[in-house]
Design a protein around this ligand. Structure first.
Ligand code: F6R
Length: 264
């Protein structure tokens, strides 16, 4: 893992934009995996700006979202479909046929549907760059603790912590969904490159467990230790519980000197 510690959320987002925009410029038919949540909001805002002001072209980009709530209408403001439209897709020139988000309202067999989502990813040639956030409980996608490190796209019951974290945005009389379809950890690990963003003190413990403790199904993000090209982009707060922050800063500096392509 390459760990880049930035001063602030703004700086972390700037670096994320640089990486994603470069990936699109280098490979216009990039297959990108996308996350929702508050962390990538600034990344998406800035990609929209780059599209509008500098013509960053998404016309050949193919996207796969990590997850979607089960049972929430796709046009509900809190659905991940709505989030993606509102924050990115409605404002760039990605083609609707190139956008893939799990269907949380699938009426037939969910396991067949999830297998078909995997097949779509495989048919597209796999994911080149997967953007991830991390939950307070260490989840990536919505792979809650105890998810198999080999798991594939499937329905997943959410922990109470995740349900509470997602409550904001739902009305006082609304019950936030308690399940989702999510790419599995095995699915995520097949992406060629992974970029995980974490900001704020609420993520510090999960980040430290994922990076500095043994790989365990109790902390899904720890599985990223098995991936050969993962970059963690943290702000100071999210890095606060790391024991070896000084060393990671030196590694980042060394990488800049010795292996700059690793920084994308
Ligand atoms: C969302 C997703 C989740 C979030 C995580 C962090 O598509 O896959 O893993 O990335 O829950 O959410 P925020 O960024 O809101 O803290």
């Amino acid at each position: 893992m390459l760990i880049l510690i930035k001063e602030s959320y703004a700086e972390l987002s700037r670096e994320a934009v640089r990486i994603v925009a470069n990936a699109v410029r280098r490979k216009p038919e990039l297959r990108i995996g996308l996350a929702t949540g508050s962390t990538p909001l600034e990344l998406y805002r800035e990609l929209v700006r780059l599209h509008r002001e500098e013509g960053l072209d998404f016309s050949r980009v193919v996207s796969f979202n990590l997850d979607e709530y089960i049972g929430l209408p796709a046009d509900h403001p809190q659905s991940f479909h709505s989030y993606m439209r509102r924050n990115l897709f409605d404002h760039i020139n990605i083609r609707s046929e190139n956008v893939h988000i799990p269907d949380g309202n699938w009426r037939g067999s969910l396991s067949d549907y999830c297998a078909s989502y995997e097949a779509l990813i495989a048919h597209a040639g796999g994911i080149d760059l997967q953007v991830l956030g991390i939950g307070k409980d260490g989840h990536i996608g919505l792979n809650e603790p105890t998810s198999s490190l080999a798991s594939r796209t499937r329905p997943k019951t959410l922990t109470q912590q995740t349900i509470e974290d997602n409550r904001k945005g739902f009305g006082p009389n609304e019950q936030p969904p308690d399940a989702a379809i999510t790419m599995g950890i095995g699915t995520i690990l097949e992406a060629r490159r992974i970029l995980l963003l974490a900001s704020g003190t609420a993520k510090a413990k999960a980040v430290a467990l994922a990076v500095e403790e043994p790989i365990t199904a109790s902390v899904s993000a720890s599985a990223l230790q098995l991936h050969g090209d993962t970059t963690l982009l943290l702000d100071q707060e999210a890095s606060a519980d790391l024991r070896h922050g000084d060393y990671y800063r030196r590694v980042a500096e060394g990488t800049r000197r010795l292996n700059p392509e690793r920084l994308w």
